[in-house]
Write a protein that binds this ligand. Structure first.
Ligand code: EPU
Length: 431
């Protein structure tokens, strides 16, 4: 098991080019399935989740070739319509192939998706939306079996602005017969990015980036080329790294407008933030103050930055209230931060953080991609050595996390823990 070994106390400084967004890239490569021929996606991050998605596509008959940050997806005229359980269980985003497979093959067998352990992750809205478009879907022990000769456009009101459901229905609707009106659609920049790629492929979509999408079905799509939008969550993570270490970090290749609320909260917490055209400068001032945050669908505060802010607020003076509204299991970082000396109290879906409390190094477990990254950030502010186990979760969403932090002056190494070290950490955690 690999771990991050972090020695805190160094202010970070330098420039980080932000990679393409994980949560867009994964869907863009799936969207390529909709057109026979070669689509090319640029600015694709070298993360573990993409390697799994690549395997899913290859299993479906596509050829996926990585060349630097580019990814060429060659899609044959006939594709397979079954995703294997072993791959789907590794990746939540694998469910997004359901819409394209139904559109391309008229049927699909899709294993139930896996992903991070951050609470219940239902797909009822994906399924009821597709059913409204005429799909017959059964859920059995092997996963989902869906059929539809041709999907038919219709009006769908999502009860909640789900990212995955919006994307799946969008992907299904672009070649459906007639018009689909999707109300209360997710407005995340990654969803708008998927819509932009589909439009380049010949789809007829209006309202991308708003809560009402109107999709007029076309007969067929053609391959296209597209560059993935910058990863606002990766940028936000490095911004917190700068703030928590009283450092100064410039982030390039990201649209500050995609981070309006997190940046506003950083400023209110006493962090200096300068937003440029496609870059940000974040500077710690040594005077962190309390702020409250509450996660919501975009443009609300992103749940994917909540654990990082929790770590940051443990260093702010006063009591901050952090409210998680999106996932019911996204406070797994709390007991780990407590072991490092943070004063955090959990009250249902609220966490009350009282600070500042000096953090001390400990062996802690990051059991999802954001929790792992947030614990590394906590380690950067802690006295002594912090060992963040299960580094593989962080690999799912951050390419070369340790090396990129080192390039900013952090003391972060990555290495395999031996059995005795792992057991010692587990014993300390249980104590
Ligand atoms: N939900 C339902 N029914 C559905 C769909 C969703 O009840 O049919 C619930 C979920 O259980 C959850 C909430 O709605 O409580 C949000 O789910 P949503 O569908 O919006 O999220 P997702 O598509 O599963 C994506 C990202 C997540 C990110 C969320 C919210 C991908 C692969 N994942 O998940 O990213 O947190 O949107 O922005 O795009 C991460 O990157 O760390 C991560 C977890």
């Amino acid at each position: 098991m690999d771990a991050f070994i972090v020695r805190g106390g160094r202010p970070l400084s330098g420039t980080v080019p932000v990679n393409g967004a994980k949560n867009s890239a994964l869907k863009l490569v799936a969207a390529a399935l909709l057109a026979e021929g070669r689509s090319t996606v640029h600015n694709v991050p070298a993360i573990a989740d993409l390697a799994v998605m690549k395997s899913v596509l290859e299993h479906l008959g596509a050829t996926v070739t990585r060349d630097g940050d580019g990814c060429a997806i060659d899609v044959p005229a006939e594709i397979e319509c079954t995703t294997p359980a072993t791959l789907a269980q590794q990746l939540r985003a694998s469910i997004v192939v359901l819409g394209p497979l139904l559109a391309r093959c008229g049927r699909a067998r899709v294993a139930m998706p896996g992903g991070d352990k951050i609470g219940s992750r239902n797909i009822d809205m994906h399924l009821s939306g597709l059913a409204r478009m005429g799909a017959r879907i059964e859920q059995g022990p092997e996963g989902l079996v869906a059929e539809a000769e041709r999907l038919v456009g219709t009006d769908i009101d999502l009860p909640y602005a789900s990212v995955g459901a919006t994307e799946n229905l969008l992907l299904a609707a672009v070649t459906a017969a007639g018009t689909t009106r999707l109300a209360n659609a997710a407005r995340e920049p990654e969803v708008a990015d998927v819509a932009a790629f589909l439009s380049r492929m010949g789809a007829d979509i209006s309202g991308a980036g708003t809560s009402v999408l109107e999709i007029r079905g076309v007969e067929a799509l053609h391959p296209a080329e597209h560059a993935v939008v910058g990863d606002r969550i990766e940028a936000g993570t490095f911004a917190v790294a700068a703030a928590i270490t009283d450092g100064e970090v410039r982030l390039t290749d990201v649209d500050p407008a995609h981070l309006r609320l997190p940046l506003e909260r950083l400023r209110r917490a006493g962090v200096e933030v300068h937003a440029g055209e496609r870059e940000l400068l974040v500077r710690g001032t040594g005077d962190l103050r309390r702020v409250d945050i509450a996660t919501l669908p975009y443009p609300g505060f992103p749940t994917d930055l909540q654990p990082q802010f929790l770590a940051l607020l443990s260093q702010a003076s006063g009591s901050s209230m952090v409210t998680e509204n999106v996932f019911d299991g996204r406070f797994t970082i709390v007991p780990e931060l407590q072991r490092m000396g943070a004063d955090v109290e959990l009250l249902g879906h609220h966490a009350i953080v009282r600070g500042p409390r000096r953090l001390r190094g400990a062996q802690v477990r990051g059991n999802d991609v954001r929790a792992g990254a947030a614990l590394v950030l906590a380690g950067l502010a802690a006295d002594g050595e912090t060992v963040v186990t299960e580094a593989n979760h962080v690999d799912r969403g951050y390419a070369d996390f340790a090396a990129r932090l080192r390039a900013l002056g952090a003391d972060v190494q990555r290495r395999a823990l031996d059995r005795a070290e792992t057991d010692a950490g587990v014993a300390a955690g249980a104590a």
